[in-house]
Design a protein around this ligand. Structure first.
Ligand code: SAM
Ligand code: DTB
Ligand code: SF4
Length: 318
């Protein structure tokens, strides 16, 4: 079916609907496009940690901020494969490798990442990587090594972006996303809420995500995990209904996507997570660590999914 890209006013109208109407409409869209019992589960691993050249205001790994994080160089391939095997045993269907780089440099370290991708793919897992900005030939090389998804977030509205990051632009992000598409990979692209942005910025982010053509196959909605020493350590916490509005709006605007309730779940009640799943979130990070910060305990997540009648595994499209 032909889809016309929504304009920003359309997005605002959806976002500002009476909350329960919005959630109900999103739940209907969810059921039309997905098996509502299926929960897609990705596990993250930080393959290279800290000392990043970028100055993202939210991030524990930026070399510009004085955080307590210990930097670590690129992990050996066999350790990554071991972690991926554990993730698979715990129920993950996708393994996402994250590096604190502005972008990969060609040579030994990038070849090492390509080897990781090949070996994780050989375990039968879907593969995802998030390595910063890519040149077109790097995107091609990742694709040829078996990378299914590339994660590259737009993070916030184009207007608010320069308040959060100064070492690159919103346009740089779009350019890498274009290279990822051109190479034939699936796109995982979302953002962070709770960085002191306005409601209008959240609407702007959703608009930018929804107007991509094709739309991202995977959309992570992160809530800021405040990290001491970063410029956003004291950002005011996001109101729960704003998160729910963003999730429900994303489901309506990007109906086919795997919508991930991503970072920040340790600060959410089970009830709020359940509302987000009702409103169309059908994916999470599974495992008790994100990249550098905690995630809910594996056993607590499985208990929650059991309570809600959700099944861990591939979110099958119906
Ligand atoms: N360096 C690469 C990049 O920035 O594209 C990849 C790794 S980076 C840590 C991946 C994403 O994690 C960011 O785009 C951001 O959306 C998310 N993220 C980082 N720190 C976060 C935090 N404290 N809270 C929530 N999300 C965060
Ligand atoms: C995404 O959108 N969220 C993940 C993943 N993509 C790479 C990262 C969350 C990071 C949270 C902060 C941390 O653990 O360092
Ligand atoms: Fe570096 Fe990515 Fe963190 Fe930004 S979000 S400082 S690019 S690791």
């Amino acid at each position: 079916m032909e889809r016309t890209a929504p304009d920003r006013e359309d997005v605002a109208r959806i976002y500002r609907r009476p909350l329960l109407e919005l959630v109900f409409a999103a739940a209907e869209v969810h059921r039309r496009h997905h098996d509502p019992r299926a929960m897609q589960c990705s596990t993250l691993l930080s393959i290279k940690t800290g000392a990043c050249a970028e100055d993202c205001g939210y991030c524990s790994q930026s070399g510009h901020h004085a955080t307590d994080l210990e930097s670590e160089k690129l992990m050996p391939v066999d350790e990554v494969v071991r972690a991926a095997r554990v993730a698979r045993e715990q129920g993950a269907d996708r393994f996402c490798m994250g590096a604190a780089w502005r972008g990969p440099r060609d040579g030994r370290s990038f070849d090492q990442v390509l080897a990781m991708v090949r070996e994780v793919k050989d375990l039968g897992l879907e593969t995802c990587a998030t390595l910063g900005m890519l040149e077109p030939h790097q995107a091609q090389a990742l694709r040829h090594s078996g990378l299914d998804f590339y994660n590259h977030n737009l993070d916030t509205s184009p207007e608010y972006y320069p308040q959060v990051v100064s070492t690159r632009s919103f346009q740089d992000r779009l350019q890498t996303l274009a290279s990822v598409r051109e190479a034939g990979m699936k796109v995982c692209c979302g953002g962070i809420l709770g960085m002191g942005e306005s409601e209008e910025d959240r609407i702007g982010l959703l608009h930018e995500l929804a107007r991509q053509d094709p739309q991202p196959e995977s959309v992570p909605i992160n809530c800021l995990v405040p990290v001491a020493g970063t410029p956003l350590a004291d950002a005011p916490p996001l109101a729960w209904d704003q998160l729910l509005r963003a999730v429900a709006s994303a489901r309506i605007l990007i109906p086919q996507t795997q919508l991930r309730l991503s970072a920040g779940r340790t600060s959410m009640s089970e009830e709020l997570q359940a509302l987000c799943f009702l409103a169309g979130a059908n994916s999470v990070f599974l495992g008790d660590r994100l990249l550098t910060t905690p995630n809910p305990e594996h056993s607590d997540d499985l208990a929650l999914f059991h309570k809600l009648g959700l099944q861990v595994g591939h979110a099958v499209e119906v």
